[in-house]
Design a protein around this ligand. Structure first.
Ligand code: PT1
Length: 275
C-alpha cells in the first residue's frame, strides 16, 4: 500500500486524506503585534483537528485571484509562531508558500510538508526541500495570482497541465526527492477559465493513473463552484465543495484541501462505506 513520507509522519494513502486550511492573515488595524492573528490561527487549527483533519495547511499569503504579495519577512513573522505552537498537536503540518525564505524558516520550525503553488520553481527551493525530510506538493498554475485570471489560454488544458506536472515531478526526483515524498496538483482556479477547470476536473482519474503520483485537489469554495451554483459568496459554497470533494475522491485524489473539514470528513466516510 502506498504511503506519503511526510516529515515526522508516514501517511497511509488507502483513503483520501483531508487537508484543513489555516489562514494567518492579520488585521492591520488591531494587530500590530500579530498576537491576535496567531492566537486565532492556532484556535482554528485545533478546531480543524477536532473535526478530523489529517493535515493542516498553514498559509501567510493569499494566492486567490487578485491577491497582493506579502514580503518574505512579513510572511515568516506570520507563519512561524503558528507552526511552533502547533508542533505539539502531533498532526502533520504543511506550509503553503512559494518563497524559499519562508520554506527555510518553516522547515527549521519542523514543518512536514511544503505546499508550493509554484512547484519549487523559486531559486534554491528544490535544493532546500531535497535536503529536508518534508513531503512536497507541486502545483500547476498559469501566470501569477495578481493577473492569472485575466486571459488564461490553453490549446489542451489537461495535457498541458499533465506535461508540466510530469516535468516538475522529474525535476524533484533528479534533485533527490524520493517519489514517496511527492504530491502533484493540477491547480484549480490558477490561471484557468471555467471551461479549463471543468476539463481538468474530468481528467483527474486519467492524470492520477498516468502521472503515477498521488494527487492533491483544491476546489474548496472556489469561483468555479460559484459559477455552477450561482452562489457569489464563498461561505455559501459548502455543499458544492463537499460534492466536488467526493467526486475528486472518486477520481482517485489522495489529498483534498478544504475549508470545511467536518462536512468533508463525514461525506468521505459515507462514500467509503457505501460505494
Ligand atoms: C490549491 C490551492 C493551494 N489553492 C494547493 N495549494 C489555494 N496545493 C491556495 C477561486 O477561483 O488548489 N492547491 N493554496 C487558494 N487559491 C485560490 C485560487 C482560491 C482560486 C480561490 C480561487 O476562487
Amino acid at each position: 500500500m502506498s504511503e506519503l513520507h511526510c516529515g515526522r509522519f508516514r501517511l497511509a494513502l488507502d483513503r483520501p486524506l483531508v487537508m484543513g486550511i489555516v489562514n494567518v492573515t492579520p488585521d492591520s488595524f488591531s494587530d500590530g503585534g500579530r498576537y491576535d492573528s496567531v492566537a486565532k490561527a492556532v484556535a482554528q487549527a485545533e478546531r480543524l483537528v477536532d473535526d478530523g483533519a489529517d493535515i493542516l495547511d498553514i498559509g501567510g499569503e493569499s494566492t486567490r485571484p487578485g491577491a497582493v504579495r506579502v514580503p518574505d519577512d512579513e510572511e515568516v513573522r506570520r507563519v512561524v509562531p503558528v507552526l511552533q505552537a502547533l508542533q505539539s498537536l502531533n498532526v502533520p503540518l504543511s506550509i503553503d508558500t512559494c518563497k524559499a525564505a519562508v520554506m527555510r524558516a518553516a522547515l527549521d520550525a519542523g514543518v512536514d510538508l511544503v505546499n508550493d503553488i509554484a512547484a519549487l520553481e523559486a531559486d534554491g527551493a528544490l535544493e532546500l526541500v531535497a535536503r529536508s525530510q518534508a513531503a512536497v506538493c507541486l502545483m500547476h498554475k498559469q501566470g501569477e495570482p495578481q493577473s492569472m485570471q485575466a486571459a488564461p489560454h490553453y490549446d489542451d488544458v489537461a495535457s498541458e497541465v499533465e506535461a508540466y506536472l510530469a516535468g516538475r515531478r522529474d525535476a524533484a526526483l533528479a534533485a533527490g526527492i524520493d517519489a514517496q515524498r511527492l504530491l502533484l496538483d493540477p491547480g484549480f482556479g490558477f490561471g484557468k477559465a471555467f471551461e479549463h477547470n471543468v476539463a481538468l476536473f474530468r481528467s483527474l482519474a486519467g492524470q492520477a493513473a498516468r502521472l503515477g503520483a498521488p494527487l492533491l485537489v483544491g476546489v474548496s469554495r472556489k469561483t468555479m463552484l460559484g459559477t455552477i451554483t450561482g452562489r457569489s459568496v464563498p461561505s455559501e459554497r459548502v455543499s458544492a465543495s463537499v460534492a466536488a470533494a467526493l467526486l475528486a475522491a472518486q477520481a482517485g485524489a489522495a489529498v483534498i484541501r478544504v475549508h470545511d473539514v467536518r462536512e468533508t470528513v463525514d461525506a468521505i466516510r459515507v462514500w467509503r462505506a457505501l460505494k
